[in-house]
Ligand binder design. Structure first.
Ligand code: AHR
Length: 323
């Protein structure tokens, strides 16, 4: 009773001195999706995979109520860097999401973002930078995709006397191209595959066809094409046909992404196997962005779950594909 009287007396004294009751410490406001503004720096619009990735961001932002500021860098690194700085300067932007064209060259802008209090989330492409400069990376294990590719090419070339494989490379400098190439090389020796030609075709079907045509003009002694995406593989198949050979039979073709285009190519018999690379990353990215903006710490890499698809199953699976 005495204690209660004492407490009441203290409260009365405080109100009379400070004019108010003592304040409780402020509770931090928790942001919701509707409070969140995300600046997304996309690579460009180089093919079916990228179109699905962009659509995933635009549709999911609308569903969640996230304010999305979308920037298409048209596959130019300098555009990505200036967009990054614009988003740092933009007071509305809470989180910058980056699909990096190249693995290197990011340290400076990442430090600038950190100093400005902006959260950075990497999507699709990993970069070579200190992990404390970004909140998390959400995307594929491209090296593992490359290893799967080599295992599948080994199966396709089983019993073949020669195993000369040509490699159509994506955007040189990107993690997707570097790591798929590295993963494939790690496993190809197990069955005696040799990469006899390797050149970039920048993820593009027409360039894939041109590069393959040039190789076929020099020799036709190739047993396999390791095309780092579906478009380049489809372009190579066209060049093989025009050279009077049968893609998928005379020269086996494996591709990456597993877009509807690859499934149609498998149904036509042009492509043998496609390794999945999942572009539908937006829900995971926005969830991570929100958590990071609210001060939560996240794992530094959330790896996408992906499969492998074969020509024999293409007709059944195609109607179920979302991209
Ligand atoms: O980073 C994913 C790669 O980028 C896809 O395999 C390719 O098609 C795309 O453009």
């Amino acid at each position: 009773m005495k204690k209660l009287v004492l407490l009441v007396a203290v409260a009365i004294v405080m109100v009379s001195i400070f004019g108010c009751a003592p304040k409780a410490p402020p509770t931090p406001t928790t942001l919701t999706y509707k409070d969140l503004t995300v600046g997304f720096i996309q690579t460009g619009s180089e093919g079916g995979w990228r179109a699905a990735n962009t659509a995933s961001f635009k549709e999911t932002a609308t569903q969640l109520g996230v304010n999305l500021k979308f920037y298409d860098a048209q596959n130019k690194l300098e555009n990505q860097l200036s967009a990054f700085r614009n988003f740092i300067a933009d007071k509305e932007v809470d989180v910058i999401v980056l699909a990096a064209l190249e693995t290197t060259g990011w340290d400076e802008v990442l430090k600038e973002a950190k100093d400005a209090g902006k959260v950075v989330v990497l999507e699709d492409r990993r970069i070579d930078a200190s992990e404390d400069l970004y909140a998390t990376y959400i995307g594929s294990d491209f090296a593992e995709e490359g290893r799967k590719g080599a295992i599948e090419m080994c199966k396709l070339l089983e019993g073949s006397e020669k195993k000369n494989v040509v490699e159509l490379v994506g955007n040189v400098g990107s993690s997707a191209a570097k790591d798929r190439g590295q993963g494939f090389r790690e496993k190809m020796g197990e069955c005696g595959i040799q990469i006899v030609k390797s050149q970039t075709a920048n993820w593009d079907a027409t360039e894939g066809k041109t590069v393959m045509e040039a190789w076929l003009n020099e020799s036709t002694d190739y047993q396999g094409v390791f095309a780092q995406n579906d478009e380049m593989g489809l372009g190579a198949a066209q060049a093989i046909k025009e050279a009077g050979l049968t893609p998928g039979t005379d020269i086996k073709i494996i591709t990456f992404d597993a877009t509807a285009g690859a499934f149609k190519g498998m149904i036509a018999g042009d492509i043998n196997v496609t390794i999945e690379c999942n572009p539908l990353l937006a829900s995971q990215v926005f969830e991570a962005a929100l958590k990071a903006a609210n001060g939560e710490s996240l794992p530094k890499w959330v790896v996408s779950q992906e499969g492998v698809f074969y020509a024999k199953d293409a007709e059944t699976i195609l109607p179920t594909r979302k991209y």
